[in-house]
Design a protein around this ligand. Structure first.
Ligand SMILES: [Fe+2]
Length: 324
């Protein structure tokens, strides 16, 4: 019965209140220096042990992976084609599966008028309920990607799942709502870096909402064909989805933080239940399973909401943070 209550699709405003209020409450509690110091200490000790392993892993990286990591460190991003990391067949299957969710997203978007909302996110339930779609989730656990995230972040990775978004232009005015306003994601209070993989599922020009990084007051919009992959540190770089002038844009995000978030209560929005994550990853390697199941090891008292199957989790991840 409780499950039915949670599965009901509440209006967006109500969903935000349900999801955010307990987190805000705990966020205030965490200001207690004793608890904060305890968590920091615990994390630092664990990090010391894990960093040793990291050095060994570094030797296994390919030249391309080294280049990608140094590009993210130096410029804040790396841009290339999905085929650089995924093999041809894998990339094609992934993209066509993602494309098959277009009709769902379009129907969802049509429920709103232009003043209400111009971006929708595919419900994680639609990914989980059809095992064919699991690839969309699993592809974010690609071992080459995880190695990059692991080395860049400097601690084993916590994978935040896959998110497909469809956006359209508002013909009346530029829509700057939500992540279209420049912001930094700081799920971890910016103490540790965060990595976002952005995959274009449609051709993206300057007119239909390119992912954009702002550095030294200069906008850098990433235009590209379908299949363009961008890896960016969205906690260190001001970024946004540029408002669409024309047409539509479909995009896939995979997000990675360390598996030991400084502020676990900010990871309150679960895209999938623990059971769903275990099922989707049961045939994957240990490293992949650990990256996917990191939430199971968060302290329960700091993360009282264990299952929140609504879209938009990364939106919260970014949006309660710094704008400017
Ligand atoms: Fe963001």
């Amino acid at each position: 019965m409780l499950n039915n209550l949670f599965l009901k699709d509440y209006p967006a405003a109500l969903r935000r209140i349900i999801a955010q209020e307990p987190a805000r409450l705990i966020e205030r509690e965490i200001q207690l220096p004793t608890i904060a110091q305890y968590l920091d200490k615990k994390r630092e000790n664990a990090a010391l042990i894990e960093q040793e392993k990291l050095v060994n892993e570094k030797q296994k990286l390919t030249k391309l992976q080294h280049n990608i990591i140094s590009s993210i460190k130096q410029y804040g991003y790396w841009k290339g084609s999905i085929n650089k990391i995924f093999d041809f067949q894998e990339a094609n299957t992934l993209i066509s599966l993602c494309e098959s969710s277009y009709q769902f997203l379009k129907q969802d978007l049509n429920k709103y008028n232009f003043q209400q909302q111009n971006t929708v996110t595919l419900s994680p339930r639609l990914i989980y309920n059809n095992s064919r779609n699991w690839i969309i989730y699993q592809a974010g656990l690609n071992e080459k990607l995880l190695q990059i995230a692991h080395q860049y972040i400097g601690l084993p990775v916590g994978y935040h799942g896959a998110e497909i978004r469809l956006s359209r232009a508002n013909p009346d005015k530029l829509d700057m709502a939500g992540p279209k306003t420049p912001h930094k994601d700081c799920e971890e209070g910016q103490k540790y870096p965060l990595l976002k993989a952005v995959l274009y599922l449609s051709d993206v020009t300057e007119d239909n909402g390119p992912f954009t990084i702002i550095q030294k007051n200069q906008s850098k919009p990433f235009t590209g064909y379908k299949g363009t992959l961008i890896l960016a540190d969205t906690s260190q770089n001001l970024h946004h989805g540029m408002p669409l002038k024309h047409g539509e844009r479909m995009i896939l995000f995979w997000t990675y933080s360390s598996h030991r978030p400084r502020c676990p209560h900010r990871c309150i929005i679960w895209p999938h239940s623990h059971i769903a994550v275990r099922k989707m990853t049961r045939n994957m390697s240990l490293v992949q399973q650990q990256a996917a199941r990191w939430r199971e090891y968060l302290p329960f008292l700091l993360c009282p909401v264990r299952y929140y199957p609504f879209p938009g989790h990364n939106f919260f991840l970014g949006d309660r943070n710094i704008t400017g």
